[in-house]
Design a protein around this ligand. Structure first.
Ligand SMILES: Cc1cc2nc3c(=O)[nH]c(=O)nc-3n(C[C@H](O)[C@H](O)[C@H](O)COP(=O)(O)O)c2cc1C
Length: 173
């Protein structure tokens, strides 16, 4: 199973469109996909203690644990993923161990294109994740309403999802 986590809390989120696009491409390739949308299933802030007992946290932990690979779609906030994405990782911590991870980002400008590196480093160093070196980075002009309209970004998502499926089945073997 491939887990797609959509981290934006914005009602008209662009990174959610990236997550939906990736999900459609995975389904077309007959992958089994689960989506966890943080705007629909809010998580408490990680306090390192009681928050782990929350039912949404437990559901996300189980999904992360069961996933062969995880796609994290997030807004860029302050040259990083948003706090909701960071919080979700804090809450589910060790369940990420050894996971294959892909990252899709929606951003406001071109200058923050290396914003995936903070979370990529933490996933690699903390949990030995294998982070795919194919990041999706989309600006506002890649979208029209609730549609992705940029062919290059669409092609990059095709490559990311192909690679995710190829590597996750290689790891299973
Ligand atoms: C608090 C905040 C911080 C942001 N910081 C950045 C930033 O550092 N770099 C950037 O390119 N865009 C930044 N943006 C713009 C968002 O990345 C952009 O609006 C993006 O579409 C948000 O993703 P979403 O549509 O999935 O919510 C910021 C937006 C907000 C609200």
């Amino acid at each position: 199973m491939i887990l797609v986590i959509s981290a934006s809390l914005h009602p008209e989120s662009r990174s959610r469109i990236l997550a939906d696009t990736a999900k459609s491409k995975l389904l077309k390739k007959n992958a089994s996909v689960e989506v966890f949308d943080l705007s629909k299933k809010p998580l408490p802030l990680c306090d390192g203690l009681t928050a782990y007992g929350d039912s949404n946290v437990q559901e996300l932990s189980r999904l992360v644990q069961e996933a062969d690979a995880i796609l994290l779609a997030s807004p860029v906030y302050n040259y990083d993923v948003n706090a909701a994405a960071k919080n979700a990782i804090e809450l589910t911590g060790k369940a990420w161990t050894n996971k294959l991870v892909g990252i899709l980002l929606a951003a406001g400008g071109p200058g923050s294109y290396m914003s995936a590196m903070g979370v990529a480093n933490s996933l690699m160093l903390d949990f030995r994740c294998l982070v795919l070196p194919r990041f999706i980075y989309a600006l506002g002009d890649a979208f029209q309403g609730d549609e992705l309209c940029d062919q290059q970004i669409d092609q990059r998502i095709t490559e990311l999802t192909d690679e995710l499926i190829r590597l996750s089945s290689a790891i299973k073997k």
